[in-house]
Design a protein around this ligand. Structure first.
Ligand code: ADP
Ligand code: TRP
Length: 329
């Protein structure tokens, strides 16, 4: 069975962008492939989080993975730093990664521009660690958003380079896996293109009803349509995009008609949108609290996940070591 792998960096709570862009899809395919879903805690070290926040962030993602429906009986859920084999492969692949190609990565250039005082080697080699995450289970499919295309391309390059250099076929070339129903980009409601943690415009899975309603009611709108069937400005289009993800087609059509005949009242639309977001997130929120308090369950999930992930990882590493010529005495 094909191996599917994905992960989310442990940097805080998950928002609707993470949910509709990634997590919901993990849940949908978890029993159709051999799925590995991990928490990318080592990747978050590039920004030197406080030790207490570091552990808390891992717990948050783990809890929210489970609350959103990832089932440890159907897929392997683990923490990246629990699998040292990933770091060994990272060392091996670093020997095949060239400084020039790493420096040309868009995400790296972006980070250098934003934080010129913290350009560390971990940031430069972020794509090598990500390639190690993927290749350690010989994964073929990686469900991630469009923003990760360049990193995936690099994972393919390193896989190919390793195979060619050592005359082996240890690593299959991994490809992006689009979500069931096509790629999703969740917009921000503040006029920003995308919903994101760093954009500061997240609606979180753990938000309560009051917070969600407040965030949605604050969404940026305009003065309203002046002529029937006019095109929608971006901020209004964003409201509809989000509504298509959370509301029924009937609800969306109702507001589309109101837009087209210029009778739309944004207050009504936002109220409906907030209600429909809550229908999806509040049951997840309720499970988050229960799961977070069940430390023996969390312990079991993580230790079973670690065992399964390490078994798969060490088998791959054995093949890579053999191809390189690393032999035991
Ligand atoms: P953030 O942008 O909040 O820091 P990450 O970069 O850690 O989130 O993204 C984790 C996953 O969620 C990735 O697979 C990414 O493609 C997806 N994702 C994040 N924001 C969005 C969004 N607004 N729309 C769709 N997918 C998203
Ligand atoms: N780079 C990914 C992100 O920012 C997170 C990530 C790390 C990842 N390693 C991965 C995603 C391996 C998929 C596969 O979203």
């Amino acid at each position: 069975m094909d191996v599917v792998l994905s992960g989310i960096r442990a940097t805080g709570h998950l928002h609707l962008g993470n949910y509709f862009g990634a997590l919901r899809n993990f849940v949908k395919i978890q029993d159709k492939y051999n799925c590995f879903y991990f928490i990318a805690d080592l990747h978050s070290l590039t920004t030197h989080p406080h030790p207490e926040d570091f552990h808390q962030n891992v717990k948050i993602i783990l809890t929210e993975y489970l609350a959103a429906g990832l089932d440890p009986d159907k897929c392997t859920i683990y923490v990246q730093s629990d699998v040292p084999e990933i770091c060994e492969l990272y060392t091996l692949l670093n020997m095949l990664a060239y400084k020039g190609e790493l420096e040309r990565t868009a995400a790296f250039k972006d980070k250098v521009r934003k934080n010129p005082e913290n350009v560390n080697a971990g940031l430069l080699t972020y794509p090598v660690l990500m390639a190690s995450d993927i290749l350690i289970h010989r994964s073929s499919w990686v469900p991630v958003g469009k923003d990760q295309d360049q990193h995936l391309e690099m994972a393919r390059t390193f896989a190919r380079r390793f195979n060619n250099l050592y005359g082996t076929e240890v690593f299959p070339e991994p490809h992006a896996m689009d979500p069931v129903g096509g790629p999703v980009k969740v917009p921000g409601l503040d006029g920003n293109g995308k919903m994101g943690k760093s954009e500061g415009n997240g609606i979180y899975l753990c938000d309560d009803e009051k917070t969600i309603t407040k965030k949605v009611m604050r969404a940026v709108t305009d003065a309203g349509p002046k002529t029937p069937d006019s095109p929608k400005p971006e901020v209004i289009d964003n409201l509809f995009t989000l509504m298509k993800l959370v509301s029924t087609p009937d609800t969306v059509n109702y507001f589309e008609e109101k837009w087209n005949d210029c009778s739309i009242r944004y207050g009504d639309m936002k109220k409906q949108l907030a209600e429909d977001i809550c229908k999806i997130t509040l049951p997840i929120r309720a499970r988050i609290d229960d799961i977070a308090n069940d430390s023996s369950y969390l312990h079991r999930v993580v230790s079973d996940g670690r065992d399964k992930a390490r078994a798969s990882a060490s088998a791959t590493l054995e093949m890579a070591r053999e191809a390189i010529g690393i032999k035991r005495f």
